[in-house]
Design a protein around this ligand. Sequence first.
Ligand code: K1U
Ligand code: ZN
Length: 173
Amino acid sequence: MKDMIKPILIHPDPRLKKLCAPVTDLSDELRKLADDMLETMYDAPGIGLAAPQVGVLNRLIVMDCIKEGTPEPTVMFNPEVLSSSDDENVYEEGCLSIPEQFADVTRPASVRVGWIDMDGNPREKDFDGLWATCVQHEIDHLNGKLFIDYLKPMKRQMMTRKSQKMKRERARG
Ligand code: K1U
Ligand code: ZN
């Protein structure tokens, strides 16, 4: 079946605050969801997307942080950070669920991540640069955490209000 672009939930939404359940059965339905999420991410456009952002509360993320050249669509079921570097990196992050707003977030500069791939095989890999930032941002989504949760309360509240306004405007059409 053809890949479908899914609507992306906008913050605030209770589904973006939930702890997502591990994937226990890698079904064709979940593989189709992963393909639809990649299509949705490229269309947005974005460099990552987590299942709760399309309203599915399972531990699934997709990413492609290649800016130029051959795309690297990456699908991870049950991703987990196995180890993190002591050195940190600051990146001005955005989120497709908090449109048009950006803020600096400090995270470990490199991480080792384990996950299950589309064929059901366990994988492990070290990530650095934008990939490291993105994979941590996406895994946070699976734990109900948004990048604004790293900010001071005043700034978080301001960004939440802006997002709420944008959500209302989009709903009105
Ligand atoms: O999870 C998401 O909401 C996707 C988000 C991922 C992300 C961005 C920046 C740092 C960490 C994680 C995005 O993709 S926001 C859009 C974006 O960053 C982008 C869009 C087009 C070209 C390049 C970047
Ligand atoms: Zn996000």
